[in-house]
Write a protein that binds this ligand. Sequence first.
Ligand code: ADP
Ligand code: MG
Length: 326
Amino acid sequence: MANYHQKHHQRPKTKPTHFQGMVTVSKKMMEFIEQLKKAAASDANILIRGDSGTGKELAARAIHSLSPRSKGPFQALNCATLTSELMQSELFGHVKGAFTGAVADRKGLFEAAHRGTLFLDEIAEMPKDLQPRLLRVLQERHFSPVGSFKIVQSNVRLVSATHQSLRRLVEGGVFRADLMYRIRVIPLFLPRLVERERDIEILSWLFIDEFNRLGQRVISAIAADAIEAMLKYPWPGNIRELRNNIEHAYGMGEGDMLRLRDLAPEVQGAPIPQNQAIDGPSIRRQEVDEILTALREANHRKGEAAAKLGISRSKLWRKIREYGIQ
Ligand SMILES: Nc1ncnc2c1ncn2[C@@H]1O[C@H](COP(=O)(O)OP(=O)(O)O)[C@@H](O)[C@H]1O
Ligand SMILES: [Mg+2]
């Protein structure tokens, strides 16, 4: 039994929509799902824009499974985690001996995803020198692996994702306009979690049900002050951060009530340690939160955390030092 003398909050009565792993009661998300369905049915290249943890990868997989290519392969690559050379051979493959370390032929993702969908996450990080090659394979539907003149056919539908404005990057000269138009035939926008406030509760219960099934501990109520804090918190890491918090609460608390003190300190309202402001407090705080979330999620393995954040390991180290993160 929950401690019913403590103020608590019951599960909302509204039945959420479940669609391809996406769970929501928000009107904004329902609109997103409608647009996603239409977009998936076409064969156009899609660009999903949304902040970290808003469900871009989930949406990309949904697009593939709802598309006429669903029986074909789905291949994915995060463009923020590789050097230009490695990304080139990941995308286009290479032949043995093409460069030092190319000890065998390797098939690229454009070949592996033939007749299916290729998902390029963090497309804004695509190095400038690779952008013409990407444009060419999308236009011509064939390419040659690194170090080879062989022509390989590649009919792929490209789904890309980014948390940045490509238009702004085009203006800044780091992204090619012609490539932007080619990959953003249909743009889709995922709202941040704070823009779908009612989903905070709905998704908390979704994750509670998920962790309850593990059977270690069963939660049946959320303390009123915990829900209040969750509704006030800005969730810079969006749904991923919410899920991590629920998991954190399972580990930290006991009994059948999820309590305020079981949530991560920043959600409880603890201030983030401030050094001198660099980008202004809000951007800085958001970044610190994202880094903390990624580190927690990766069990403090820096390489894994960097991959989750879509930045290089050395950049993560720099930020940890700069922000004084423990
Ligand atoms: N609408 C949703 N309903 C349930 N779970 C979701 C929803 N959106 C995202 N998630 C979950 O949140 C986490 C982050 O989603 P992901 O697609 O990886 O985000 P992104 O690629 O935008 O960073 C994943 O565990 C995903 O399953
Ligand atoms: Mg992602």
